[in-house]
Design a protein around this ligand. Structure first.
Ligand code: AMP
Ligand code: MG
Length: 340
């Protein structure tokens, strides 16, 4: 290969830069909140990737210790031990996440309802256990987000003031499985941003958020999107779709994550609050938008709402879009993705 002087100098500069620089792409994976979490980032020589990874992992584990229904000492477990009308002081963090959940209950008219857990806890997907019809119908009486009462200090700055929760129904339980992972991903991205990271991807199960793009971190590189795959709902070896994304969050809810088949029926983890049974009609709902907590709650919501109501809802929410795969394998897009 013949080099002109200019080309040779350019080549040497690039070569040296790539060999002297200690900046690099680094990845870290761990299990948390019953799923696999992963962090991928561009770490400059001043930032130590291992410290950034530890900060994200610690934050996700902290959130799990607060919000897991399986950890007896978690704040969520204490809430679930409440008797009807009993009042409990809660952290401002718990208040914020439950308050957000109730907002999504409102705008979905109850399709998203963290009190689904009052019947949801009767299912065990690993043990292939589900409630009999009578038990299911009886426990439905405790599914009603409007009977979750939150209160906060009258003035936010009132540090002595308390955040509280109260259940107005007997046997009520809540579960944050449809929103807590998205919250944890947002918290992780905030930590990385604070540390000066410009380019990262954090995911916890089906909830992912991207900071920057894949090119920004490397001054010589062009703008490059991250490529995020949506799982094929019926073939683990395949992806249904690959999307080029930057600076955004994306969540997918699917009926293939936790399920068992009984008498030809798929019993899975997304519960219709009106029936207490697994929601049907959709096999995968993906939501793309600025915040992971909202994408998480909305993907679960749309799964319950179905194609028509789900698309109508997402079209009313600015900056959020959806891709839905229905039971026949047909793909539906929100109007923000199809508009010319
Ligand atoms: P996702 O992982 O975001 O797809 O949400 C599924 C999880 O959300 C389930 O594992 C449950 O913990 C929770 N969930 C199930 N059904 C509902 C519902 N109708 N409203 C709110 N959360 C739900
Ligand atoms: Mg979700």
């Amino acid at each position: 290969m013949v080099y002109t002087m200019k080309k040779y100098v350019a080549f040497m500069l690039t070569f040296l830069a790539s060999h002297i620089s200690t900046a690099e792409w680094a990845t870290h994976e761990f299990d948390v909140m019953g799923t696999r979490a992963s962090v991928e980032l561009w770490a400059d020589k001043d930032m130590q990737a291992s410290k950034l990874f530890a900060a994200v992992e610690n934050e996700m584990r902290r959130i799990e210790r607060v919000m897991s229904p399986y950890i007896e000492t978690s704040e969520l477990s204490a809430i679930n031990r409440l008797d009807k009308n009993e009042i409990l002081n809660i952290s401002s963090e718990m208040y914020t996440v439950i308050n957000k959940a109730l907002y999504f209950s409102d705008i979905t008219h109850g399709a998203f309802d963290i009190s689904f857990a009052s019947v949801g806890f009767l299912y065990d997907y690993r043990q292939r256990r589900q409630p009999d019809e009578l038990t299911r119908l009886q426990s439905l009486a405790a599914v009603d987000y409007k009977s979750i009462l939150l209160a906060k200090p009258y003035i936010e700055e009132d540090l002595a003031g308390q955040y509280t929760i109260q259940f107005l129904r007997e046997g009520m339980k809540i579960d944050l499985g449809g929103i807590a992972k998205g919250y944890a991903v947002d918290q992780s991205i905030a930590i990385l941003k604070e540390q000066g990271v410009l380019s990262a991807l954090v995911s916890a199960g089906g909830d992912t958020r991207i900071l920057g793009d894949r090119g920004k971190a490397n001054a010589s590189a062009e703008t490059l999107p991250w490529i995020v795959g949506i799982k094929h709902p019926r073939d683990k070896t395949q992806q249904a779709m690959r999307l080029p994304l930057s600076d955004t969050a994306i969540s997918t809810s699917g009926d293939y994550e936790r399920f068992f088949i009984e008498n030809g029926e798929r019993i899975h983890h997304i519960i219709h609050p009106a029936t207490g049974k697994s929601s049907s009609g959709i096999v995968s709902a993906t939501v793309i938008g600025p915040e992971s907590i909202s994408c998480d709650a909305l993907s679960t919501s749309i799964f319950v709402l179905g194609v028509e109501k789900g698309l109508k809802l997402i079209d009313e929410i600015i900056d959020y879009d959806a891709i839905i795969i229905d039971t026949d394998g047909k793909v539906h897009y929100s109007s923000g993705l199809t508009a010319q």
